[in-house]
Design a protein around this ligand. Structure first.
Ligand code: GLC
Length: 434
């Protein structure tokens, strides 16, 4: 019977909870059609037609070191890259298939290059691995919910051997857990219908993973998908329980708790535009100002945010994404102490923004100024040692103005006469506690 070990769990989760901010990288053959990573499914492209992208794939300019540097400069503390997505194409040198980047014109093992580059930047290394595989003949085709050939009766499943597929899948996960050094995070994706948990032989799989990579943390998608929380939330953790919940393209309105009301660790995964894989015509990019506030929102609710880039067919970061990362990095370079190692504070969300905290300081994220001194509701004056602008360290006095004399119990910050906040996106006021 699996015994959940809370102490071991909290120990392996610590870096993740402190990091708060990661980069997702979705890249592979689908960058060539440039219509997102689900293109084979959404357009029901037969395998033989998809193979033209395999024959063409030759990203000479791809440099994972550029990705890793961009992540660090944006203030991200970990990176998760697709080793294999649903199309089954492996960015690593698997001995179990020919459908891999080392068999393309470029002959490169991008996972090997990626893990080295991320480690060189001092960041934690994550790999995404799809348990779904539309290339493998033993994965269900006709009638499956997602397979490109789901509507093709000629692709019936009589002669498919799912156990043979599971052996293949487990062998590949053994490869990535064996051949690429220490992994910090494995991001499995995803379970649906009856394909979840032991349908993946998940206990055997995670026993192997934890033997090969003892400190690795895993997401919850051997159990669920972006929908559902998993067995840890249900209070009866399975041997393959997700270590964190993975809300997708949304931020949980009030964070996430288990059935007993205990906070769960979670990570919102978010695209910059609307696509994970490169999409040439999806120009609906979220402004950096919005993404900064969404990162603050995640942390203020006790969660992480992993922000995605989808490099193009050459392996280059799209210029809109590069610009957004740079702008986020400029804010993080001055304010990251209000993100790293921070979490929810138990204080009500203030009118003018949000609050994060690390036990030693409260960080009031001011998105708009008040008329007059700024009320910091919920903070006892007697608990406050002092206040500073986080970005500059400049002292912010406690206001003694007559205008709020009717509210003697509320702490007011005196931001001075300028009604325009120093940072138009998020001015962080550090309230240092005694
Ligand atoms: C969903 C998508 C998949 C993407 C993942 C990222 O599972 O199907 O394409 O990689 O979300 O969270």
């Amino acid at each position: 019977m699996y015994q959940f070990n809370r102490e071991e769990y909290e120990k392996r989760m610590k870096w993740f909870v402190d990091a708060r901010f990661g980069m997702f990288i979705h890249w592979g053959l689908y960058a060539i059609p440039a219509r997102g990573e689900w293109v084979r499914s959404t357009e029901e492209i037969p395998k033989e037609d998809y193979m033209k992208y395999f024959e063409e794939f030759d990203p000479q300019e791809c440099d994972p070191a550029v990705w890793a540097r961009a992540a660090r400069e944006a203030g991200m503390k970990y990176v998760v890259m697709t080793a294999k997505h649903h199309d089954g194409f492996c960015l690593f040198d698997s001995q179990y298939t020919d459908f891999k980047s080392t068999n393309t014109k470029c002959g490169r093992d991008f996972v090997a290059e990626y893990v080295e580059a991320v480690r060189n930047e001092g960041l934690k290394v994550g790999l995404y691995f799809s348990v779904i595989d539309w290339y493998h003949e033993d994965f269900p085709h006709y009638g499956d919910r997602n397979h490109p050939m789901r509507n093709h009766p000629e692709c019936s499943n009589e002669n498919r051997n799912f156990d043979r597929y599971l052996t293949y899948m487990h062998n590949q996960i053994r490869e990535i857990c064996t051949n690429y050094g220490k992994l910090d995070l494995l991001w499995f994706d995803f379970s649906y219908d009856n394909l979840r948990g032991e349908a993946w032989k998940a206990t055997e799989l995670i026993d192997m993973v934890r033997t090969l990579q003892p400190g690795v943390i895993i997401d919850n998608r051997l159990e669920v998908s972006g929908e559902g929380y998993g067995s840890l939330a249900a209070g009866n953790p399975t041997p393959y329980h997700g270590d964190f919940v993975t809300p997708e393209q949304m931020i949980p309105p009030e964070g996430i708790k288990d059935v007993n009301g205990n906070d769960l660790y979670w990570e919102s995964c978010v695209t910059m535009n609307g696509s994970w894989g490169y999409h040439a015509t999806d120009r609906f990019f979220k402004p950096s100002s919005m993404l900064i506030k969404k990162l603050v929102e995640c942390v203020s609710k006790g969660g992480n945010m992993i922000l995605n880039i989808g490099p193009d067919a050459h392996g280059r970061i799209p210029e809109q994404s590069a610009r957004i990362l740079k702008e986020i990095g400029q804010w993080m370079s001055k304010n990251s102490r209000s993100i790293y190692g921070c979490t929810k504070t138990g204080l009500a969300k203030p009118e003018m923004g949000r609050i994060t905290g690390n036990g030693k300081s409260l960080f009031f994220h001011l998105y708009e100024n008040a008329i007059g001194p700024v009320p910091l509701l919920g903070v006892k004056k007697s608990d406050v040692k002092g206040m500073r602008y986080l970005a500059t360290g400049a002292e912010v006095p406690v206001s003694k103005s007559w205008v709020h004399s009717d509210y003697p119990d509320i702490l007011f910050a005196d931001l001075g006469p300028d009604p325009v906040l120093p940072d138009p996106v998020d001015t962080v006021l550090e309230v240092i506690l005694k």
